[in-house]
Design a protein around this ligand. Sequence first.
Ligand code: HEM
Length: 372
Amino acid sequence: MTIKRVRTPAGDEAWLVTGYDQVKTLLADRRLGRAHPDPDNAPRFSDSAILGKPRQATAEEEHEAHAWMRRSLAPSFSARNMESMRPRVRELADGLLDALVEQGQPADFHEGVAFPLPVLVICELLGVPYEDRADFRRWSDAASTLNDEQKSLQGMGQLFAYMGELVERKKKEPGDDVITRLIESTPPGQEEQIAQLSGGLLFAGHETTVAAIGRGAMLLSLNPERWAALRADPSGIPDVVEEILRHRSPVSAGPADSGMPRYAMAGLDVDGVHIPAGDLVLLGIDQANRDSERFPDPAAFVPRTSNPHLTFGFGPRFCIGAPLARVELSEVLHALVARFETFGLAVDLDELSVRTDQLVGGVTELPVSWTA
Ligand code: HEM
């Protein structure tokens, strides 16, 4: 059976879909959406402001808002534009590794590389001052708290207010960045939408990739033969990047019985089970990525020739930042294997502390050591 009833982190009931084919089909199914006709009484995924109480909208309103978002963002984040960032991303990764080495070992890879790299990159792209990172780190961490609605709403509000001020500044002093292009391509009077979109990008553009880079470094540190193979032949890096993404989605935090939340905007049948309109459906990306019918020996970390994982979603909501995340992951791996002969965890695996109370998982610290 690929569908079952589960409880969400908020304590409400939902359908969890787990089979690869079903999750993939439903990710692209327009009968499933983010909005709900009666938000106050809708079952909730979490108490976070991001994936908590749904917005009130009809299916058409939601599709329209979504189409505007894709039209506004897709050109800036195209695969071609992101490819052109590759040398700069590598330069940033090398700079962070220089600082890590200088600091001496063991060093915290999370704080030294996995966190700052995506933040530096998204700040440069959006035109957000990097010096403000401590503030937006705090706000986005608060916003993604799963179990404290007030804290989450407050963090989200602060992030949007900050972005609102930045949008006003950029109207007066335009830059060569995504926020300025958004302002220029949007009719006046939509500053609030631009601030929200930009806040969402700042959030989506770093939290997930931080977790993915941390997981990648951890998986490789546990697989010295793979490390040696990549060092000898870095052309294997793209396949390793896909396997890092498949092995465990960086978006997954909280309980194991979880998935990407959607509401049924109309009744639908899945695997012979009827889901009534208004019900909450969790699309189990992690479970799909571990479906043994699609991925033989799914728990193993082995680069695969065919790796159609669903970590970036599928269909109309496919992750806009996927090309950027792939460039960041592959450049950080290139920089790492070029520099270190060996690379390993400086503590036991079970000593690592993992975030479980936030939308995006990952470790809070990753002590590593190496030989150059
Ligand atoms: C490893 C890193 C990342 C992962 C695992 C990831 C994952 C995802 C997933 C699963 C979705 C689909 C959500 C859904 O179906 O409802 C998504 C959407 C999105 N992602 Fe990412 N993401 C990553 C990096 C990024 C980056 C770097 C950016 C920004 C530059 C970004 C921006 C977005 C946006 C704007 C959407 C919304 C797309 C839409 O609703 O049409 N993501 N991401």
